[in-house]
Design a protein around this ligand. Structure first.
Ligand SMILES: C[S@@+](CC[C@H](N)C(=O)[O-])C[C@H]1O[C@@H](n2cnc3c(N)ncnc32)[C@H](O)[C@@H]1O
Length: 358
C-alpha cells in the first residue's frame, strides 16, 4: 500500500499530489539528460571524432560546440561501448540479443546494421515519453530512412512501443520490474539466448535499491548475460562533487551515485545481485589500451596539446563489465556458439586486468 493511502481526507490527497508532482518533475529532468547526451554526441560527430550518419535524424535544434575534453569523453564512451558490443556479437556470431536500458536516442542499432552486424533481437527501453519521441523521429520521412533497416514493417503500439522484427523500442520505467518484464515478454525476448545488457549513463539517476532489484531480476531471468554499464566513478573527490552540483542545479538528482564511489562499490553492486564476474575499467585505462589505435588521430582534431583535463574527465568515468553464465555448458570449451563464461570479458585481449576478478 502507498504510504499516503493510510492518510485519509484532504491532507492525504494534498500529500499524494505533492509527491506525484515532485516525482514527475524529477523524472522530467532525468529524461532531459537524453537531449544533452544526444547533442554532445552530435557535437563530437560534427567535428569528425567519429561517424554516425543516423544521429542527425534525432536532432531538431542547432548543435552547440563543446569543449575538446567533452568531445573526447563522448568519443571514448561511444568507441569503447561499440568495441565491446562488436566483440560480443562476433563471439556469438549474431546468435544473441542486445537490451539497452535507458537508451535515449542512441543509434547503436542502426550503426550496427549499417556495418553488417546483426543480432537476433535488439531491444531498447526508456521512459514512454522518451520512446514516443524516438518513434516519431524514426518514422518521419527523410534520409537515411531508419525504417528500412528493420527486418519487418514496424507496428506502433500506444505511440510508445514499436515492434519491427529484429528491432523493438518499448516504454517502461526500469525501476518497475513487473512493467519491464511484461514489455520484454512482448518483444519475444528469449531468456536462454546470450544477452548483452547496456546501461549508458542511466543508473546514477536511479536509487541503488531500485538498481539492485533490477540487476537481481535480470541475473535470475537470463541464463547467459553480460552487462555493460558505463557511468561515473570516483565521485567523492572535488571533481566528482562539482559534477554532482552541476547536475543538481539542473534539478537532476543522483541517487545512484552511492554506487559510483570507487571500483569496489561498482563491483559489490553486481556481485550482491547475483552476477558472477565483474571487472571495472576506468576510462583512462580504456583510452590507453582498447582505444589506443585511434588516440593520435583524436588528439589532432582540435590540436590538443594539454591532456590534463581529458585525463581528469576520463578518471571519473568507468566501463563496468559483469558476467553471469548459468548454462550447463558454461565451463565447456568455446564452440557451437557457446562461449565459456570466463571468456566473455569483452576487453580480455586488450586491457590489462589490474582489477580483481570476482
Ligand atoms: C543521460 S541519458 C543517456 C541516454 C543514452 N543511454 C545515451 O547514452 O545516449 C539517461 C537516459 O536514461 C533514461 N532513464 C533514466 N531513468 C530511467 C528509468 N527509471 N526508466 C527508464 N529510463 C530511464 C532517461 O530517460 C534518459 O534517456
Amino acid at each position: 500500500m502507498e504510504s499516503e493511502a493510510i492518510l485519509d481526507g484532504e491532507l492525504g490527497e494534498e500529500i499524494a499530489t505533492r509527491r506525484r508532482s515532485h516525482s514527475f518533475s524529477d523524472d522530467y529532468s532525468v529524461q532531459k539528460t537524453n537531449d544533452d547526451a544526444t547533442h554532445c554526441k552530435a557535437a563530437a560527430v560534427q567535428l569528425g571524432y567519429y561517424k554516425d550518419e543516423f544521429l542527425n535524424r534525432f536532432i531538431t535544434e542547432d548543435v552547440i560546440r563543446r569543449d575538446p575534453e567533452i568531445n573526447i569523453g563522448y568519443w571514448a564512451r561511444v568507441a569503447s561501448i561499440s568495441t565491446a558490443v562488436d566483440r560480443f556479437v562476433l563471439r556469438h556470431q549474431g546468435k544473441c540479443q542486445i537490451i539497452s536500458l535507458g537508451c535515449g536516442f542512441d543509434t547503436l542499432y542502426w550503426r550496427q546494421k549499417a556495418a553488417g552486424k546483426h543480432v537476433q533481437k535488439f531491444v531498447e527501453v526508456d521512459f514512454s515519453s522518451v520512446t514516443a519521441r524516438k518513434i516519431k523521429h524514426i518514422m518521419k520521412p527523410g534520409q537515411p530512412n531508419l525504417v528500412e533497416y528493420f527486418t519487418e514493417k514496424p507496428k506502433d503500439r500506444q505511440h510508445a512501443d514499436l515492434h519491427a522484427g529484429d528491432y523493438h523500442l518499448v516504454g517502461a520505467d526500469i525501476r518497475q520490474w513487473n512493467e519491464l518484464e511484461t514489455k520484454l515478454e512482448a518483444c519475444g525476448i528469449d531468456a536462454n539466448l546470450p544477452t548483452l545488457f547496456l546501461a549508458e549513463c542511466v543508473f546514477p539517476y536511479i536509487s541503488v535499491d531500485a538498481t539492485d532489484k533490477l540487476l537481481k531480476e535480470l541475473a535470475e531471468m537470463f541464463q547467459c548475460a553480460v552487462f555493460l554499464n558505463y557511468e561515473q566513478i570516483n565521485v567523492t573527490d572535488r571533481f566528482g562533487k562539482i559534477m554532482e552540483e552541476n547536475l543538481e542545479h539542473r534539478n537532476v538528482q543522483l541517487p545512484g551515485f552511492a554506487a559510483c564511489v570507487n571500483e569496489d562499490t561498482h563491483i559489490e553492486r553486481f556481485v550482491r545481485n547475483g552476477w558472477k564476474e565483474v571487472k571495472v575499467f576506468d576510462m583512462n585505462e580504456v583510452y590507453n589500451s582498447v582505444l589506443n589505435g585511434e588516440t593520435t588521430r583524436i588528439e589532432k582534431i582540435e590540436k590538443l596539446d594539454e591532456m590534463l583535463l581529458v585525463r581528469q574527465l576520463l578518471l571519473h568515468y568507468a566501463l563496468v563489465m559483469a558476467i553471469n553464465d548459468r548454462r550447463p555448458t558454461a565451463s565447456a570449451e568455446e564452440g557451437n556458439g557457446h562461449a565459456a563464461a570466463g571468456s566473455l570479458n569483452l576487453f580480455a585481449s586488450s586491457a590489462p586486468s589490474s582489477q580483481t576478478p570476482v
